[in-house]
Structure formats: structure tokens, C-alpha cells
Design a protein around this ligand. Structure first.
Ligand SMILES: Nc1nc2c(ncn2[C@@H]2O[C@H](COP(=O)(O)OP(=O)(O)OP(=O)(O)O)[C@@H](O)[C@H]2O)c(=O)[nH]1
Ligand SMILES: [Mg+2]
Length: 1137
């Protein structure tokens, strides 16, 4: 096979209808990269013998060592089907959960995908995840059931068993798609109903509900995978074979004289061949007949495997000649029968042929992009397509046309930035010389040689005739030296330059052209994710180009497209222009694009909707350079890493630590390696993973630690600290028996009463799930309060908010929660977290539901300071009293908020004042002067920071009054006092209730064979895991165990399981939820029974306390730990006698 030239590829790029942009998706290790190898070898880029061994698209060293893909990478392939030529832009993606963000970046650029499923393992968690991702992006899938050889060689199935097994797998995959489809149809039906409702509202009396509209009417047959639709290929990528049933339909139609169309319909399914009548009949098993698929397809493959494995030469010969194949002597005599098998199968059922023709037949070209997908891509967040400006709506047709004409607007989406070695860029690579250059060099060499000769001759001459010519020769020599010197410096300089390029990482944008032609050197707008075309069009004419001089528009910059590349796996090829519908690499965007962006020549273009990331980054580590002086490199390196990875988060914590937040252990390792070897190039050390916790409160327990009912037991005399002592409550804070905390601001002008209550679990979950919606609500409320012209609020958003409110009301039932939902003042932390602040005092009204009522700002008594209360609540929820971790599932109620007279004056006034100087004569003697200077400072600050909180100058005020105000001011600005007081109140209110830690939990699904099951359980229980479910995979001896495991115990889990089971089980950990740790971190025995059971010191393991102390230690907080209580040797009493 000949390598396809770049020229040919650029030609193919122009035929949009013959382009297929596809990605390969699957669970980890199901054979994506191996399949990609087979497809690549069909283009001659790698040899077919190396296909599957090389894993060409895994170009990183760590990918090769670990044997898993970590980055998605693309390659363009050429495929000839009959006399039609196709260009296939193929993207291989990783299957490990930690890298699922790479899958998101890949599916965005594609129109279709190949879902690979391992024939033994079947549908796995990531298979479901990738099907969902493909579905969310509206891209069409085809299926490859891979590793069928394992059914023959490993599981030793008979063809009949294998058929049933494959049928089962197909059903599983279809069940997943079916579930996705029904959920979508139901959603659409619900939408239709609301539309109907709004129509029927306007015309009462004419109400017809069409309940039947929905699932039954919708044709979903095209969604499912079935061999007779031609969207399923059975394959063994490692052995290089694969087929769709049409291959066999064609083959047998000639042999048995049945029409191919009939065979195509019956080859898969419960049909059998009546050989006598030469007819195909329905129903097989009941009559003990072999299904067609077994008889005509699987039997043949099985017998081939059998004869090759047994080295039955005669039989092999027979098969080979009957199939008309030519097998080289080298393969047939190879010691490894697999090589022989590979050679036969590769010729008989070439996998690339089967897969690529399925791709060309069944997957859409860029021209077939659906209107639904376009609208989805164009509408960010809560906006609807109709609410976009008309110029923007017009662009929809450009998307649909996917035209490469010069007039078409250019629209490009960059889904990620990836780093390549600057050396690998085409213009830095040594390239083959052209004929002319070769001729030039030859000429140069010839001349140099001639000069040398001449010099030598000259020398000889001068030796013969000393005195003559001597000066000439000398000058010649010095000249030569000079030349040498300059050439040396040149070498040094070029070396330095080379080193510079060696050290440099160059960023390439992974992108696709959705419309127009991108040309090198063209200027283009870079639109950030928050860019708003409406706002820009307001400022600038729609038709101006990026080359014009433009006013500043937020989230928009201009740049020049410096380099365009054809992505060929590890190689890049320079391109001059790329027409619509192609995947490409763009160089030189490093300074303009962080992770993803939309590029366009039209300002009306909206930014594409953000990518759907499935993984939550949860594993944090703090990193620091080994040598402190390397800090700047580390900071630079982390910035580059952030740009090069779609999912990693890089931040500086309040403590000043540089923190990496990654999706999991494997991702973390890759990020650290990248940082060390590519981006920072320094030695770094990373802390142990920082495990996140949440703090919460629960209802008081009914039983104590020995399961005795509390209350019946008398508390015995407490020998050591009791719980109350531990959370010592200072003076000035009143706590009643019910947990209501009353506390005043330091200046005594405001008093707050706050109570904390645990939220029901389902409400906490609801709040968590809807954090985006809460954020949207918050934004809407702010813009309402600022009287800004808001965008027309999308009806869908309003409906979602209403639904959310309704669900909250359902969750908060009972006397305790009466009217609670209407009194929600804020959510926290960061105004969108899973904690609630309620107000329960009279004369105030301001709730988070303001946006629903569309009401204007309410005027109320405490208007000026309510933000301080909310801020105090935000601070309190951001870090709890146990170990300064965020709170979760707590409701704070402000039951009283009183202001003293002065306080009210403070709140009523909004003028700045220069009270300080007027107060001077009030002060007395020495201490006064000191205090005075301090006050002056505070007041000075007041004037420019919080003008409205200073006291107005009024002639009526008595000097006594002034003194009061003075005292107030010495505690700082009043709003600040209120924030601090509110925060304290919340903390004490929390401490008045039983506090608990919450741990982050992973779910994991482990596949293990029966013999290693016990060891898997042992590892799970050692790490506090809990098994939820265990089932046996049908037809195999593999068990699937579903379990939950605390993140805190998960480090090294996957490795340990793999080691203990000799690599037979490998779990995938996915973050699932937060769970309360039932033990009380502050627990000490208080009842007699408990003393009896746990002893006086109660030094048995307290998991919660262990976690809490570890976090406190890490944060440098005080840890109450007794290391040695009695430093004396233990003696047994009996000896003492
Ligand atoms: N028996 C058998 N093994 C296969 C087949 N295809 C791939 N493998 C093996 O499965 C393992 C994983 O293959 P990869 O191609 O790296 O899998 P992947 O899906 O790319 O894995 P990730 O990229 O890490 O998700 C390798 O050891 C392959 O040799 C097959 O058809 N039969
Ligand atoms: Mg791979």
C-alpha cells in the first residue's frame, strides 16, 4: 500500500460529502487504539504486521508504558470504496474515566463515532458514559464488537454459545440507547404539553390533551444497532479481521442461490436454512436447528481458528485455497500460530475494509449536520435559539450548508489545546532536499575542494621557492581561520537556537471548520465562552472584519492564523488552507485561547456551548519545587499545564499553596509527569492527595454508642473533658437548650439569634444537582436589583426554577419547615452551595425567588445591612468549625435581628462624615490619645470604603451619644462587625448540634473471576468499602461487583486490587456522592455502659476524628491529641502483689 501524499489529502478535503469525521469511543482497554492501528495500516502508514502491537496513536511514552491512552489524537486516512474516494478524519480517544474530558473534546468535532465493545466484558460503565456523550452531542454511532477471538480461545465457547452471547451484548447496548431515547422523548413530550397548556390557557373550553403523543408514535428503529442495518461489525482487532453481515450475505447468495437482500435480513436472527428446500425458515432453537449466523459465519471462523491453533496443515491448506488467498511462506511457517492466523484472516476478512465501509455508509458527512445539533451548539446556557439576534440566527444556514465558498463566513471551533515539542513542527523538522538544493550543495562542495587543492599547490610552490608568495599564503591562512571562526560561532548560535526550540512547547489548537475556508495568514475573531453577539453587534457593524480597527468588545480578540496543520497522529503536515467540514490543527493561538474557543470572521457568531464534561475533578495535591528558587518555572509550568489539559484545575489556595485538582489518580500522575518533564522542567514534590470533606450536623442520636437508648442511662460523673467543655462557648454568647444562639455585635448595636438545623438528605441532593440553576437565579436577581435591562428571561428557565421550588417544598414538609421555602434568603457557600439561610423575623421580605415574581427591589427596614448577614453566612458555610471544610446540608435560620437605636441610625444614614475630629475633646488624658489615633484611622478608612456606614454629623446629638458612636467605631466598620458576628453565630449554632464529617465517595465496578473474588472483598473491606451489588455475568465466570469506597481510602486501591488479583480485576473509580460518616468526631464516653465498653480513655479507633485531625494538621490548626498519657511501663497487677 502506498502512502497517501499531502497533496491528495488536500484534494479530498474539498469534497465535503466524502468526508467522515469520526472518533472511536469505548470503555478502557476494549481495543480502540488497536482498532485504530488496523485502520492506519490500511493506509500504509504502519505495516500490517505491526498493527495492534505498535499502538501508533499512543504517541506518549507513558501511554506506551502503561498501555492506556491518555490524550485523544487525530489522523487523516484515505479510503477507496469502489470508485469513490473518502477522507476519514479519525480521532482515537481514551477510555479511562480519568480522561473522559478528552472524550468530550473529541466528540464535539465529529459527526459520528465507532463504539467499541469487548465481546467478553460487554457493556461497561464507560461504554454507557460514551454512549451518553455521543447522544448529548447528537452524533451518530456505529458498533464494533471486538475481541471475538477471546470467545474462541479464552472462553472456549461453541459457535452457538457465542451467538447467544453476542446477541446478549447487542441487547445490552440497545438497552442503553433505548433508555437515552425514551428520556429524550419524554422530555420533548413534557415540553409539548407545556406549549399546549399555554395555548389552551388562551382558549379555555377547548382543552384536548393528547396523551398518546409520545413514545408509541416515534420511530426509533434507526437508533438501534443491528447487524442487518449494517451498523454492526464483529471483529478481532488484534488478529486483524472484522466483518459486517453483508459480506457473508454477498458470499453465500452466490453459493446457495438466495438473494443477498433476503440473506441480509435473515443472517442475523432466529432463522435457519432448510437445505433440502433451499429455503430460509423462521424459528431455530425449538427445532434444534442452527441459526444461519452460526451455520454460515461463526462455524467457519471457529474451524479456521481450530485448525490454525492445532497446526492442521491439510485443513488450513484447504481453507486457504477455497477462499482463494495467498499466504506467504514466512507467515505459514512462523513459530507463533497467531501470525499465521493474522495473515489468513487479514486477507479473508480485512477489518479496515469492514469498518471503514460501514463508516462511509452509515455515518453522516459534515453536510448532513442536523438543525437540532446546530441550534444546540449555538445556544449557550439558558438562552433559546429565538432569543439570539437575527444576524446570529442567519448563521444557522451557514452551519447547515457547510460551504467552502469564499463568501461563506468562517466558523471554527477549538475544542482543546495540545502541546507538541517545537521540534515536531513541520518547519523545524529536517526536510528532504529538492533537486536544486542538492545541485547547489554539490557545487559548493566542489568549489571548496578546488580551493583546498589550490592552497595545497600553493604551499608546495612556496616550499620550493621560499620568500616568494609567503605573504599571500599567510593572508590566505588567516582568512581561513577567520572563516573557521565565524562558522564556529554560527554553529554555536544555531545550537543555542536549536536548544531553545528543543525546550519549547508549542501549542496547537485541535479544531474543526464548521463553515467557510480557513486560510493561513487570515485575521479572525477569537470569541471566548462568555462572548455575547448581541452586545457586540450593538457596538460594531455586523460586517466588519477582523482586520478593521475595532472598539473593545468584551471576551473578543483578533488574531492571525499563523499555521494550519493536517493532523497525522504524531506527525503534522503544513497546510495553506482548510475547507469546511475538516478537522485540523492551528498553530499560534497560544496567547489567545486558554482551553477552548470559537473562531469566526463574523461578529454575529455565538460562542459554542461549553463541552459536556462527565468527570468531576476531585483529587487535589499541593505541589512545590524541590529548590525554592525554581518557583517561577513552576508557576509558568502550571499555567502551561492548565492550557494543555481540558480538565485539570490549577489554583493557589488561601494558604498560598499551588494546587492541582485532577480527575483521579492516573490523571494526577500524568499531570505531575507532564509538569516535571515538559512544562516546568524542574524537580517538584507533591503533597499527599488532599482529600476533601464536608461538615454537617445531624439530629441528636436516639441511642448511644452501645445501642442503649439515651435518656434512660444516667450520665456518670465525667472524669475527663466532656463534649460541652470541648466546644467552649465564650461569654456574651447565649445558647438555649434548643440550640438557638444569640450574639451581639461587639458594639452591641445589633443582636442576632441564629439556629442551625440539618436539611433532609433529598433536599441537600436537590440543591447540589441544581447548583447551576441557583447560580442563574442569583444572576437574575442581581440584575433585577441593579435595575439593569435584563435579557428576556427564557421561559424554560422560569419553568425550571418553578419546578425546583416545587420540589424544595415537597422536600421541606412538616411544622418545622412551614413557609421555609418562601423565606430562603440565600444559598451558600458562594451563593450556590448546598446550604440554606432562612429569615424568620418580622418586617422583612427579600427572597431568592425574586426573579420569579419579576418584582422590583423591595424596600425594607434593614436593607442596608442585609448583605452583611448574607456575607457572614457565606463565610460560615465556606469553612466549618470542625476542620475549616465547607458545610453541606445545613439550614441556618435567623430568628431575631435587633438593632439598637444607634444601630438604626447607622443603618438609616448614608452620608459620609468627618465625625472623628469633632470627638477629640471627649477624650481624656493619656489612654484617650492613643485610642484616638486608632479611631482616626478607622474613621479615615470608613470615609472611602464604607461611606454610608459612618455616622452623620447632626447638631442635636448629645456628646454622650457621640461617645457611644465612638465606641462603636473602635470595633471597625459596622458592616464588618455584622459579617463577623453572623459568622460566629452560625459557627456556635452548628456547635450546639451534633456535628458530623461527610466523606466523598467513589463508586466502582470491579470485574473479577470467582477465584479472586475473596481477595477483592478483602481489599474492599480493608479500605472501608461497601459492596452494593454482586452479580454474575451471564455465560461467563466473571462477577461484577458494585461498591462504594471513600475517596480518602482510594489511593492505591486500583493498584492493590490489580496486584492482589494478578491483574485479573481492574476497577474504575467514579466520584458519586457525599456520605455522612456516622461516628461523632467529638465522641467521648459519658454513660456507665459506654465506660464499660470503651474504657475511660475511649482510645479505640474513631475514623471521623482521625480524618478531622488529619485535615486540621494539614491546615496548621490546633489539634487536640494526647500522645502519651502515662509514660510509665505497664505492669500487671498480679505481679505487684
Ligand atoms: N484478544 C484480543 N485482545 C485485544 C483485541 N484488541 C485489543 N486487544 C488487547 O487489548 C488491550 C487494550 O487494547 P488498546 O487498543 O490499548 O485498548 P484501548 O481501548 O485503546 O484502551 P484505552 O485507550 O486505554 O482506553 C491490548 O493489550 C490489546 O492487545 C482483540 O481483538 N482481541
Ligand atoms: Mg487507547
Amino acid at each position: 500500500m502506498v502512502l497517501t501524499s499531502v497533496g491528495k489529502m488536500t484534494g479530498l478535503q474539498k469534497k465535503t460529502s466524502r468526508i467522515r469525521n469520526i472518533c472511536i469511543l469505548a470503555h478502557v482497554d476494549h481495543g480502540k487504539t488497536t482498532l485504530a492501528d488496523c485502520l492506519i495500516s490500511s493506509n500504509g502508514i504502519i505495516s500490517s504486521r505491526l498493527a495492534g502491537k505498535l499502538r501508533y496513536l499512543d504517541s506518549r511514552e507513558d501511554e506506551q508504558i502503561r498501555g492506556i491512552t491518555m490524550k485523544s489524537s487525530a489522523i487523516s486516512l484515505h479510503f477507496e470504496k469502489g470508485d469513490e474516494e473518502y477522507l476519514i478524519n479519525l480521532i482515537d480517544s481514551p477510555g479511562h474515566v480519568d480522561f473522559s474530558s478528552e472524550v468530550s473534546t473529541a466528540v464535539r468535532l465529529c459527526d459520528g463515532c465507532i463504539i467499541v465493545v469487548d465481546a467478553v466484558e460487554g457493556v461497561c460503565p464507560q461504554t454507557q458514559a460514551v454512549l451518553r456523550q455521543a447522544w448529548l452531542e447528537n452524533i451518530r454511532p456505529v458498533l464494533v464488537i471486538n475481541k471475538i477471538d477471546r470467545l474462541i480461545v479464552e472462553l472456549k465457547f461453541t459457535p452457538q454459545e457465542a451467538y447467544l452471547h453476542l446477541k446478549n451484548i447487542l441487547e445490552q447496548v440497545n438497552a442503553v440507547t433505548g433508555a437515552l431515547f425514551t428520556s429524550k422523548v419524554l422530555e420533548e413530550r413534557a415540553e409539548k404539553e407545556t406549549e399546549n397548556e399555554s395555548i389552551s390557557d388562551s382558549a379555555p373550553g377547548d382543552q384536548i390533551y393528547d396523551w398518546s403523543a409520545g413514545l408509541e408514535d416515534t420511530d426509533d428503529s434507526h437508533l438501534y444497532f443491528s447487524p442487518d442495518y449494517g451498523n454492526v461489525v464483529f471483529a478481532s482487532a488484534i488478529d486483524g479481521w472484522g466483518f459486517g453481515i453483508e459480506h457473508f450475505a454477498k458470499l453465500y447468495s452466490q453459493k446457495i442461490g438466495i438473494k443477498p437482500a433476503v440473506l441480509l435480513k435473515t443472517l442475523w436472527g432466529d432463522y435457519y436454512l432448510n437445505t433440502k428446500a433451499k429455503k430460509i425458515m423462521k424459528g431455530d432453537q425449538s427445532k434444534g436447528k442452527k441459526p444461519l449466523f452460526v451455520q454460515l459465519v461463526l462455524d467457519n471462523i471457529w474451524s479456521l481458528y481450530e485448525s490454525v491453533m492445532k497446526r492442521d496443515k491439510e485443513k488450513i491448506e484447504k481453507i486457504v485455497t477455497s477462499l482463494g488467498l495467498k499466504i506467504g511462506a514466512r507467515e505459514s511457517r512462523h513459530a507463533d500460530p497467531k501470525v499465521h492466523l493474522n495473515a489468513i484472516c487479514g486477507q479473508w476478512l480485512p477489518i479496515s475494509e469492514a469498518v471503514l465501509s460501514m463508516v462511509c455508509n452509515k455515518l453522516p458527512s459534515p453536510l448532513d449536520i442536523t438543525a437540532e445539533r446546530v441550534e444546540k451548539l449555538m445556544c449557550v446556557g439558558a438562552r433559546t435559539f429565538d432569543s439570539l439576534p437575527p444576524e446570529t440566527q442567519e448563521l444557522k444556514s451557514a452551519f447547515m450548508k457547510c460551504s467552502s465558498e469564499g463568501t461563506a463566513p468562517v466558523i471554527v471551533f477549538v475544542s482543546k489545546m495540545f502541546a507538541v515539542d517545537a521540534k515536531a513542527l513541520p518547519h523545524n523538522k529536517p526536510r528532504p532536499l529538492t533537486q536544486e538544493e542538492i545541485a547547489q550543495r554539490r557545487e559548493l562542495a566542489r568549489r571548496r575542494h578546488a580551493e583546498k587543492l589550490a592552497v595545497n599547490q600553493g604551499k608546495e610552490l612556496s616550499e620550493k621557492r621560499p620568500g616568494e608568495n609567503a605573504t599571500e599564503v599567510n593572508t590566505g591562512e588567516t582568512k581561513g581561520e577567520e572563516e573557521q571562526l565565524t562558522s564556529q560561532t554560527e554553529v554555536v548560535a544555531s545550537k543555542a537556537m536549536k536548544q531553545e526550540t528543543d525546550n519549547k512547547e508549542s501549542f496547537i489548537a485541535f479544531a474543526r471548520v464548521f463553515s467557510g475556508v480557513v486560510q493561513r495568514g487570515r485575521k479572525i475573531f477569537v470569541l471566548g465562552p462568555k462572548y455575547d453577539p448581541a452586545e457586540a453587534l450593538h457596538k460594531v457593524r455586523a460586517h466588519c472584519s477582523a482586520a478593521d480597527d475595532l472598539p473593545l468588545v468584551p471576551h473578543m480578540t483578533c488574531c492571525t492564523l499563523e499555521n494550519l496543520y493536517l493532523l497525522m497522529g504524531r506527525e503534522l503536515e503544513d497546510l495553506e488552507e482548510v475547507p469546511a467540514g475538516n478537522v485540523l490543527g492551528i498553530g499560534g493561538l497560544q496567547d489567545f485561547v486558554l482551553k477552548s474557543a470559537t473562531l469566526s470572521t463574523s461578529l454575529a457568531c455565538p460562542p459554542f456551548t461549553p463541552l459536556n464534561f462527565e468527570a468531576t475533578p476531585i483529587v487535589r495535591v499541593a505541589v512545590e519545587p524541590k529548590h525554592p528558587s525554581d518557583m517561577p518555572q513552576l508557576v509558568r509550568g502550571m499555567k502551561l499545564l492548565n492550557q494543555a489539559d481540558p480538565c485539570v484545575q490549577v489554583l493557589i489556595q488561601e494558604t498560598g499553596e499551588h494546587v492541582l485538582v485532577t480527575a483521579g489518580e492516573v490523571h494526577l500522575q500524568r499531570c505531575l509527569d507532564d509538569l516535571k518533564e515538559r512544562f516546568a522542567k524542574i524537580e517538584i514534590s507533591a503533597s499527599a492527595p488532599i482529600i476533601p470533606f464536608r461538615e454537617t450536623i445531624t439530629r441528636p442520636p436516639k441511642v448511644d454508642m452501645v445501642n442503649e437508648e439515651i435518656g434512660k442511662q444516667q450520665k456518670v460523673a465525667v472524669i475527663h473533658q466532656t463534649k460541652e467543655d470541648q466546644n467552649k462557648i465564650p461569654e456574651g454568647v447565649q445558647v438555649d437548650s434548643d440550640g438557638l444562639v444569640t450574639i451581639s455585635t461587639p458594639n452591641k448595636h445589633a443582636t442576632l439569634s441564629v439556629r442551625a438545623m440539618p436539611l433532609p438528605e433529598e433536599v441537600t441532593r436537590l440543591l447540589e444537582e441544581n447548583s447551576d440553576l441557583i447560580r442563574t437565579m442569583e444572576q437574575l436577581n442581581t440584575s433585577l436589583n441593579e435595575d439593569k435591562k435584563t435579557h428576556e428571561i427564557n421561559q424554560k428557565t422560569i419553568d425550571r426554577i418553578k419546578e425546583f421550588k416545587q420540589k424544595l417544598e415537597q422536600g421541606l414538609q412538616g411544622r418545622k419547615w412551614r413557609n421555609a421555602v418562601d423565606q430562603i434568603w440565600s444559598f451558600g457557600p458562594r451563593k450556590c452551595g448546598p446550604n440554606i439561610l432562612l429569615y424568620k423575623f418580622e418586617g422583612y421580605k427579600k427572597s431568592v425567588w425574586q426573579c420569579l415574581e419579576n418584582a422590583v427591589k423591595e424596600v425594607s427596614k434593614y436593607r442596608d445591612f442585609d448583605n452583611s448577614i448574607i456575607s457572614g453566612f457565606q463565610l460560615a458555610t465556606l469553612s466549618g468549625p470542625m476542620c475549616e471544610e465547607p458545610l453541606m446540608g445545613v439550614c441556618f435560620t435567623v430568628e431575631k435581628w435587633e438593632m439598637s437605636k444607634v444601630g438604626e441610625v447607622l443603618s438609616a444614614s448614608s452620608q459620609a462624615s468627618g465625625e472623628c475630629d469633632a470627638l477629640e475633646h471627649e477624650q481624656k488624658e493619656d489612654t484617650a490619645s492613643l485610642r484616638n489615633s486608632h479611631i482616626a484611622e478607622v474613621c479615615g478608612e470608613d470615609e472611602h470604603q464604607d461611606g454610608n456606614q459612618s455616622v452623620p454629623r447632626s447638631p442635636e446629638k448629645t456628646s454622650k451619644h457621640k461617645a457611644e458612636v465612638l465606641l462603636a467605631d473602635c470595633y471597625g466598620p459596622f458592616s464588618g462587625q455584622l459579617i463577623a458576628t453572623m459568622k460566629e453565630a452560625c459557627r456556635y449554632a452548628l456547635q450546639a448540634k451534633p456535628q458530623r464529617l461527610m466523606a466523598a465517595m467513589y463508586t466502582c465496578e470491579i470485574m473479577a473471576t470467582a477465584e479472586v473474588l475473596g481477595r477483592v472483598y478483602a481489599v474492599l473491606s480493608k479500605r472501608e468499602g461497601r459492596v452494593l451489588q454482586e452479580e454474575m455475568k451471564e455465560g461467563t465466570d466473571v462477577f461484577i461487583i458494585k461498591a462504594v469506597l471513600p475517596v480518602a481510602e482510594s489511593f492505591g486501591f486500583a493498584d492493590e486490587i490489580r496486584k492482589r488479583t494478578s491483574g485479573l480485576a481492574s476497577p474504575q473509580l467514579v466520584f458519586s456522592h457525599w456520605e455522612i460518616i456516622s461516628s461523632d468526631p467529638f465522641w467521648v464516653p459519658t454513660t456507665e455502659e459506654e465506660y464499660l465498653h470503651f474504657g475511660e480513655k475511649a482510645d479505640s479507633e474513631n475514623q471521623a476524628r482521625k480524618y478531622m485531625n488529619a485535615v486540621r494538621k494539614r491546615k496548621g490548626l490546633y489539634v487536640e491529641e494526647k500522645i502519651v498519657e502515662h509514660a510509665e511501663k505497664q505492669r500487671t497487677l498480679s505481679r505487684n502483689k
